[in-house]
Design a protein around this ligand. Structure first.
Ligand code: ADP
Ligand code: MG
Length: 700
């Protein structure tokens, strides 16, 4: 049960003044950590301003610089309404000791302006000064106040990330009431740690961030932000540590087969393993032989050959007579894994099956019977594998492919499907160390650092969409020479219809220009249709595949050599890199064409440059973090660390490590969270939406 002290924070935002149902709905989409629940007062309070306007800046009219936001103490001189019915703006002139300024209003309400700016009287006016023909002016000031009401203007005004339909005034007003509802919460920080950092308590940290006294109060280094970022990190690390402890406690089984089957897998491969593939397999074999559960992350850039490592790992448990499962994030990928593993499995006697959400009831029943009877050794599927009622005779190892999206929930679901199930998570995203911690907590990590031998580098160029025809021409010649081409169109969630039209359009244009059949894959097609299209491309029946980003993860067509990414400026770096990794898998040189629509924004330009300069996934991941971190607004969903609202990878990486150690120590000394601090920590878990981990305490 949620501690009642938190109730005021979990009240819906619609209980705040000025927040009606419409704004509440807006805030829910914008801020809620759980979209199925209305945004709460806590969600609002965790919406931290990204900057502060210093209204104390009072340089005087003559000393106000172009573009500065200043507060002026002026005497109103005269009004110059534009001619009636004309388009000219309404102007008001005023002066102070240093000079004079014009306030400019478009679409003026005359009577209102006359009331606001009585001629001959003093006014405090705040807003942005612009110099125009050597004269200062201010268009639509932010504040116009009589001297006796000057208090109504905050000396430091917090500026929040906004969303369409949400005005700063509405947000600020709601925030003031939200702050007044902040309860005094028990302290969950370690006292010495808190004192040493000079960190304030939770309520003070939140309050100052919304009502800063100094510009620096909201900077990344401010004790207020650091405290709150640490709270958020600690909550996530504690939740992950709880899951880990719980999974470990559920106990693993010792699986130490002779390795015959694994060796058969390896000898059946048409190539030799890279040294990091061998090292990863060794790591896994050791884990499996331990009586604790394996929780290992296999991290390797696209094309580094993770699938083979997975199969070798699976062979190890299958040799003991147990079962394995491989979970892919999409239907296509599941089918692809199934297809690529089939020949080897057949050769060495591993009984392989496919299970997806698209199976008919009859197919499903048959697969289920065989799983229960132990007549299937290895099942490949989508997350359908772990939803619902799929059961196993003896599930020993689950491999989760290409996935950093699966969270605590899924991992809990896994553990219920067998005794001491070992888990291997594979990811192609070259996540920096800090992000590994946030996404996976304390997992063991194996890295595939070397690429299979004989890979040719990929040449990357960026080309303006203005040169589309020329590009199509070149693709035509490449295809005539026998090359295979991916052509990717972006998918923008908000307008699925338009995207569909765009990708179908591109498909038509290419078919006409190249005068041949071209495969098309997009999210609205049935699994069979997608399958057929992929198969035609793989077999060489078609030489061009037009797709939305459904091909993003993991598709393997080794003889494809050209990747065209249309509207490359709309993609993030990680995604571009993933897509590019679809080519350069064979022994022929490959290329990637980034087709962009100009003019390019600064960040988009930087992204495309990085793509041209390097193929190194880790470097790209780091640059990505920098670009997204620096440019993005603090505390919004789009910012650096997925799933975090306050902490940022680039600013708070060091805190992450501390939080992890802290969480470990907490669970060592107080595994049930029963001490005073333990109880406070339960509050923390609720506060940051990590309370699902609390269930584990009761279960265990
Ligand atoms: P990813 O790590 O992106 O999932 P895959 O497992 O799909 O990579 O492997 C990419 C391609 O490289 C596949 O065609 C696979 O057969 C091949 N491959 C994997 N390991 C090696 C190796 N050691 N030498 C040569 N080719 C390999
Ligand atoms: Mg893969």
């Amino acid at each position: 049960m949620r501690p009642s002290v938190l109730d005021p924070l979990f009240a819906s935002v619609s209980t705040l003044p000025g927040i009606g149902p419409k704004i509440a709905k807006l805030l829910t989409t914008f801020l809620s950590s759980q979209p199925d629940r209305e945004a709460s007062v806590a969600d609002l309070l965790f919406h931290i301003p990204h900057s502060v306007i210093d209204r104390r800046h009072r340089p005087g009219i003559a000393y106000s610089e172009n573009g500065d936001i200043v507060t002026l103490d002026v005497t109103v001189d005269r009004h110059q309404p534009g001619p009636r019915g004309g388009k000219a703006p309404y102007r008001i002139t005023a002066f102070d000791d240093t000079g004079s300024i014009t306030f400019v209003f478009f679409h003026p309400r005359r009577d209102w302006l006359e009331k606001m700016f009585p001629v001959g009287e003093r006014r405090i006016v705040s807003g942005k000064v612009e110099w125009f023909n050597e004269r200062p002016q201010m268009v639509h000031p932010d504040y116009v106040l009589a001297p006796e009401e000057a208090d109504a203007m905050p000396p430091l005004e917090p500026i929040y990330p906004l969303t369409a339909g949400l005005s700063p005034k509405t947000l600020q007003k709601a925030m003031v009431t939200a702050l007044s509802r902040l309860p005094q919460l028990p302290e969950w920080l370690n006292e010495a740690h808190q004192t040493q950092n000079h960190w304030p308590d939770f309520a003070e940290a939140v309050t100052v961030l919304h009502q800063p006294n100094e510009q620096q109060d909201i900077s990344a280094e401010s004790v207020y932000l650091q405290r709150l970022a640490y709270d958020e990190l600690l909550a996530s690390q504690l939740a992950l540590a709880l899951v880990r402890t719980n999974m470990r406690q559920l106990g693993g089984l010792v699986r130490a087969p002779s390795g015959t089957l694994q060796n058969k897998v390896i000898s059946a491969l048409p190539f030799t393993l890279t040294s990091s593939q061998s090292a990863a397999i060794d790591d896994i074999n050791k884990d499996l032989a331990e009586p604790t559960r394996m929780l290992r992350l296999l991290q390797g850039d696209v094309g580094s050959g993770k699938t083979v490592v997975a199969l070798a790992a699976l062979a190890q448990v299958i040799e003991t007579g147990a079962q394995g499962a491989l979970m892919a994030p999409t239907e296509i990928l599941a089918r692809q894994h199934f297809a690529s593993m089939s020949p080897i499995c057949e050769k060495i006697g591993i009984r392989l099956a496919l299970l997806t959400g698209k199976d008919t009831a009859k197919e499903r029943r048959l697969t289920q019977e065989k799983l229960d009877a132990g007549e299937i050794d290895l099942v490949v599927g989508t997350h359908a594998l772990f939803q619902g009622k799929v059961t196993f005779k003896d599930l020993a190892l689950v491999v989760v492919d290409e996935q950093h999206r699966f969270g605590v929930h899924q991992r809990l679901a896994l553990s219920s499907k067998g005794k001491g199930v070992d888990v291997l998570v594979m990811t192609a995203t070259p996540i920096p160390r800090t992000l590994v911690l946030t996404c996976f907590g304390d997992m063991d990590v194996s890295r595939l650092t070397d690429k299979p031998a004989g890979r040719k580098p990929i040449t990357t160029v960026s080309v303006s969409l203005d040169r589309l025809e020329e590009t199509i021409g070149r693709i035509g010649s490449a295809v005539a020479e026998g090359q295979k081409v991916y052509w990717v169109c972006p998918l923008v969630e908000e307008s699925e219809k338009i995207d569909l039209a765009a990708v179908e359009d591109r498909h038509r244009v290419l078919e006409q220009a190249l005068r041949q059949r071209i495969s098309l894959v997009h999210g609205r097609m049935s699994a069979d249709e997608k399958d057929a299209a992929m198969q035609a491309f793989k077999s060489g029946e078609t030489r061009v595949l037009v797709a939305t980003t459904v091909i993003e993860v993991g598709v393997d067509v080794p003889d494809a050599t050209i990747m065209v990414i249309e509207h490359a400026e709309r993609f993030g770096l990680a995604q571009l890199h993933q897509l590019r990794g679809r080519v350069g898998r064979g022994d022929k040189p490959s290329s990637c064409v980034l087709l962009y629509k100009g003019p390019l924004g600064e960040t988009a330009g930087a992204r495309l440059n990085i793509m041209r300069q390097t193929n190194d996934g880790f470097l790209i991941a780091e640059e990505d973090l920098k670009l997204r971190g620096g440019g993005e607004i603090l505390g919004t969903r789009q910012s650096g660390m997925p799933g975090f609202r306050i902490a940022r990878a680039e600013d708070h990486a060091d805190l992450m490590e501390v939080a992890r150690d802290d969480a470990r120590l907490i669970l060592e000394t107080d595994p049930e969270l029963k001490s005073e601090r333990g109880k406070a920590l339960r509050c923390l878990l609720y506060l940051f939406g990590r309370d699902e981990a609390i269930r584990l305490l009761r279960a265990g």
